[in-house]
Design a protein around this ligand. Structure first.
Ligand SMILES: *[C@@H]1O[C@H](CO)[C@@H](O)[C@H](O)[C@H]1NC(C)=O
Length: 290
């Protein structure tokens, strides 16, 4: 019977344990990391948990949510949207806290009729207040292949990226009185649902149920953030998804800033900052900073 390890055995064993932990953290496995919170069997785990499809039919959509709550982090998913007539449908990838006065960071993909472009909708809520919408077209067909959508959230800013290209930065402008989500931990949600009362061309184009069930695919899901233990008020341990902590300070260098400016000039189709009908008392203070 072994009563004590030699130091080389101990090193070997801790090496094995460490690489197992790394493997688990790397896999981004849907089976382990998320729960299906609505739609039941309409969420399908494929390829051993590496791929997840959500579907929508006339009676329900479907969605999943991470088991963990995060206070800051970097969140990525690859996503392939509904080809053909996706009018009336909305696919989402967002962060949200629970309860009243919630915080939320949204990526939403509004479907369209065949041959018409998807709209990428982004928004930020802090303490229950949203109204910070910006919308974009994509420079590729999001239904033909997987593309990567990312949210980087740290104490200074929120960044929205598409295939690693920044399309939007929402800065922490608390110093000029703008609310910023930074105290409430959030879970990551992905869902597919029917929103034909508003989603497509302002609700004029309805979901065509003859095309149902609709289906979107998610893969390479990665939540690399600060995991808050249930009941704890501080962010304790860091979940080292891929040990890359650069999200904590991530901002834009000059090259990324000019790339973002070009993308916004070319592909932004709605900006709350420029919508006078929404802010009769003048443009919101954070808009003047840009
Ligand atoms: C759908 O296509 C129309 C026509 O090109 C466009 O005006 C609209 O913004 C597109 N997206 C949505 C979600 O309606």
């Amino acid at each position: 019977m072994i009563t004590s390890f030699t130091s080389s055995q101990a090193t070997f064993i801790s090496g094995v344990v460490a690489s197992l932990l790394l493997l688990v953290a790397h896999a981004g496995n849907f089976n382990q990391d998320i729960d299906v919170y609505f739609g039941g069997p309409r969420a399908k785990f494929l390829q051993g948990g590496q791929l997840l499809t959500l579907s929508l039919d006339k009676s329900s959509g479907s969605g999943f949510v991470t088991k963990n709550e995060y206070l800051f982090g970097r969140f990525d998913t690859q996503l392939k949207l509904i080809p053909g007539n996706s009018a009336g449908t909305v696919a989402t990838f967002y962060l949200s806290s629970q309860g009243n006065a919630h915080d939320e960071i949204d990526f939403e993909f509004l479907g369209n009729s065949s041959g018409q472009p998807y709209t990428v909708h982004t928004n930020v809520y802090a303490q229950g207040k949203g109204g910070k919408e910006q919308q974009f077209r994509l420079w590729f067909d999001p239904t033909a292949a997987f593309h990567t959508y990312s949210i980087v959230w740290n104490s200074q800013r929120i960044m929205f990226l598409v295939d690693n290209n920044p399309i939007r930065v929402f800065n922490n402008d608390e110093s000029i009185g703008v609310l910023f989500p930074k105290n409430q931990p959030m879970k990551v949600y992905c869902s597919l649902w029917n929103a034909d009362d508003w989603a497509t061309q302002g609700g004029r184009v309805k979901t065509d149920w003859a095309n149902a069930p609709f289906s979107v695919s998610y893969r390479d899901f990665n939540a690399n953030g600060c995991v808050r233990a249930p009941g704890s008020s501080t962010c304790g341990k860091t979940n080292s998804g891929n040990n890359d902590q650069s999200w904590q300070t991530k901002g834009l260098d000059a090259k990324a800033r000019s790339r973002m400016k070009w993308l916004r000039d070319s592909f932004m189709i709605y900006n709350y900052c420029a919508d006078r009908s929404r802010s009769p008392q003048g443009i919101p203070p954070e808009c003047k900073q840009q």
